[in-house]
Design a protein around this ligand. Sequence first.
Ligand SMILES: *[C@@H]1O[C@H](CO)[C@@H](O)[C@H](O)[C@H]1NC(C)=O
Ligand SMILES: *[C@@H]1O[C@H](CO)[C@@H](O)[C@H](O)[C@H]1NC(C)=O
Ligand SMILES: *[C@@H]1O[C@H](CO)[C@@H](O)[C@H](O)[C@H]1NC(C)=O
Ligand SMILES: *[C@@H]1O[C@H](CO)[C@@H](O)[C@H](O)[C@H]1NC(C)=O
Ligand SMILES: *[C@@H]1O[C@H](CO)[C@@H](O)[C@H](O)[C@H]1NC(C)=O
Ligand SMILES: *[C@@H]1O[C@H](CO)[C@@H](O)[C@H](O)[C@H]1NC(C)=O
Length: 273
Amino acid sequence: MLYIKLSSVCLVTIGVTTSAAASIGRVASRQDFTLLSDMCLNATQWAGFNPTSYSGYYECFSRVENDDGTADIYLNNVPDHTISVDAENPNQLCQLAQKITLPKPVKTNNNTRVPQADVIAIAVNGVQIFGPLEGGGDNAVYGVDGVGVLCDGHPQPAGLWHYHHPNIDCVEAASTDLVAWALDGFPIYGPLNATKDEVDSILDDCNGIDVADSQYGYQYHVRSRAQVNESLTTNDGPNNTDNWKYFLGCYRGETYTTTLTDSTGICANETTT
Ligand SMILES: *[C@@H]1O[C@H](CO)[C@@H](O)[C@H](O)[C@H]1NC(C)=O
Ligand SMILES: *[C@@H]1O[C@H](CO)[C@@H](O)[C@H](O)[C@H]1NC(C)=O
Ligand SMILES: *[C@@H]1O[C@H](CO)[C@@H](O)[C@H](O)[C@H]1NC(C)=O
Ligand SMILES: *[C@@H]1O[C@H](CO)[C@@H](O)[C@H](O)[C@H]1NC(C)=O
Ligand SMILES: *[C@@H]1O[C@H](CO)[C@@H](O)[C@H](O)[C@H]1NC(C)=O
Ligand SMILES: *[C@@H]1O[C@H](CO)[C@@H](O)[C@H](O)[C@H]1NC(C)=O
């Protein structure tokens, strides 16, 4: 049953820590988030959810770059667009205020695997982006029998809304649009307007490319579904890559010092519109 799969596998792994897991791109430390239980919507309430009019729930995203090149992102994981009701997903949408500290992005000479069913990036509307995996090893984007997670995302059991689909909010961003920040600190832009073969030759294993005159010198591009070979199986690509590289094929930077914590700062107190 899809319900079971969603509940058991598409989880945020709480409390994953330190170096043992670093080779698959886990963050350095992570604190359990506090469920703001009075700030949740159930499936029925989703139907009427409109972030611009629903008191108590609205987008929050703030990115502050520090002098040492690290960056603090404050987010609340509430999307800035209307969302679809998925009858097979019983989970609530909750406002979860968090702070993520990204390292100063440094391109390495090796690839690090991205987590498959956990956070890999933060969309610029303050909602987490997960790897490509859904329950039972299914591809979350095309799903079972072609029915995947819609491009407006879905919640995991703790109420954390997240995306798997490369068209965030069902909008195909331009290749010049910043859409997210990867947990290694590098920016992620919209898909290249090109065929899969062309993209394969332009982007590296991780979906990255050197951009000499940019602030960070390197950036990722989302791949559209047509630019991913969905016939391959997950995560056994060569060189630590994921075959279903909608957002990232791997990290080229490091996530050893990335932290994800509850936040009482910006975004934590947004209870009124
Ligand atoms: C959702 O919450 C509303 C308002 O509290 C309530 O009336 C409704 O019964 C709930 N629906 C479900 C499916 O829990
Ligand atoms: C990855 O590359 C960086 C520098 O590019 C190096 O310092 C680090 O040791 C490498 N890690 C592994 C596991 O090879
Ligand atoms: C593995 O990845 C590194 C870094 O992108 C690249 O230099 C190397 O050629 C890759 N090796 C293979 C076999 O793809
Ligand atoms: C994408 O490329 C095609 C072929 O070059 C072109 O016709 C089309 O206008 C481009 N689309 C965008 C959004 O740039
Ligand atoms: C996708 O991968 C399968 C399995 O390796 C291969 O047979 C097929 O040619 C690939 N398709 C594309 C478009 O690369
Ligand atoms: C948010 O609320 C908490 C608890 O009341 C308070 O400690 C914190 O200073 C507030 N943060 C901001 C940015 O107002």
